[in-house]
Design a protein around this ligand. Structure first.
Ligand code: PBG
Length: 329
């Protein structure tokens, strides 16, 4: 018998490496791990509150006494970071509870740190949940006044860091906030507290469910005067560049899915860690379709998070964190 050595190859056989899960696993280019997830949470005043948010099935308003159990569940799933949002007891025109030492987020930071000191606690720094008009800054003559808002945002970040936050995340999209927060933190002896800047945050309709959850919908006008215009990608790179120059340690692109091109370009251009926020509307769409039996929810969630990682995110802020962590176990 002679061995047939004649070249038989006429085309590439990609299917060779798709034949078994073992082979597929070996050649997989993108892997997800719960360690890179950040789980957003909505904390409320009161006792024994665990109320499902109607527009975000599976997500809850939680009172402080429920946070230890939450921390334990996250630990068991391998999700090691949370991003905190707070619903204040009262709103006013200066968003006072945002920077109060006993504000809801400040208390939640302490509660999480007491429950699990190793959990990374990130706080959203913004005024919109705390102002009666629902905008992310203060209003002067009917307009969102950039420069007078910076001081309040900086105060908010410092009070979060004082309460023990590991990372502060300004989401307001006013100009100069990263520099203002950096110098306030440095001046308050917290030079080691890093900043995750919502650097490229678009004026997106995908935030709808969040605004219901956080009761933060603007009472007049909209956020297009400070958040980015969806068609712009080059501008996002300039925003990220500016935030890096102002002292951001991590830059975020938000929302994620409709902006994967922006994320991918940012990945090619910048070397700092990048975060992507898989926002409330992206989450709600998956759940709504899954409830109707139109898609396989867990598989779609996994595919979405994989696409965000593949596009270049180092970490993904996602309401799917727990369910996908469970699927990966
Ligand atoms: C606050 C803030 C918003 C989100 C995160 N921080 C809402 C907004 O800008 O209107 C959206 C998060 C989500 O939709 O999941 N400024």
């Amino acid at each position: 018998m002679t061995l047939e050595t004649r070249t038989t190859q006429r085309f590439a056989r990609f299917r060779r490496l798709r034949g078994s899960e073992g082979l597929r696993r070996l050649v997989r280019e993108t892997r997800l791990s719960p360690e890179e997830f950040v789980y957003p949470l909505f904390v409320v005043h009161g006792r024994d509150v665990r109320e499902e948010i109607p527009s975000m099935p599976g997500q809850y308003h939680l009172s402080l006494d429920r946070l230890a159990a939450e921390a334990e569940e996250l630990r068991s799933l391998g999700v090691r970071a949370v991003l905190l949002f707070g619903l204040p007891a009262a709103k006013d025109d200066a968003g006072s509870e945002a920077y109060a030492d006993d504000g809801i987020v400040q208390q939640a930071v302490r509660a999480f740190k007491a429950a699990d000191p190793e959990l990374t606690v990130i706080t959203d720094v913004c005024l919109c949940e705390y102002t009666d008009h629902g905008h992310c800054g203060v209003i002067v003559d009917g307009e969102i006044d950039n420069d007078s808002s910076l001081e309040l945002l900086a105060r908010t970040a410092v009070s979060h860091a004082r309460a023990g936050a590991d990372l502060v995340a300004p989401s307001d999209m006013l100009d100069g906030r990263v520099a203002a927060i950096r110098s306030a933190l440095d001046g308050a002896n917290m030079a080691e507290t890093p900043i995750m800047a919502y650097a490229a945050k678009y004026a997106s309709a995908f935030y709808g469910p969040f605004r219901e959850a956080a009761e933060s919908a603007p009472q007049f006008g909209d956020r297009r005067g400070y958040q980015m215009d969806p068609p712009n990608a080059r501008e996002a790179l300039r925003e990220i560049e500016a935030d890096i120059a102002e002292g951001a340690d991590i830059a975020m692109v938000k929302p994620a899915l409709a902006y994967l091109d922006v994320l991918s370009q940012a990945r090619q251009r910048f070397d700092l860690p990048l975060a992507a926020y898989n926002v409330s509307g992206e989450y709600a769409m998956v759940h709504a379709a899954a409830r109707n039996g139109w898609i396989d929810g867990p598989r779609v969630a996994l595919e979405i998070l994989t696409s965000i990682k593949r596009a270049g995110a180092d970490m993904i802020i996602t309401y799917h964190a727990k369910e996908v962590a469970r699927a990966l176990q």
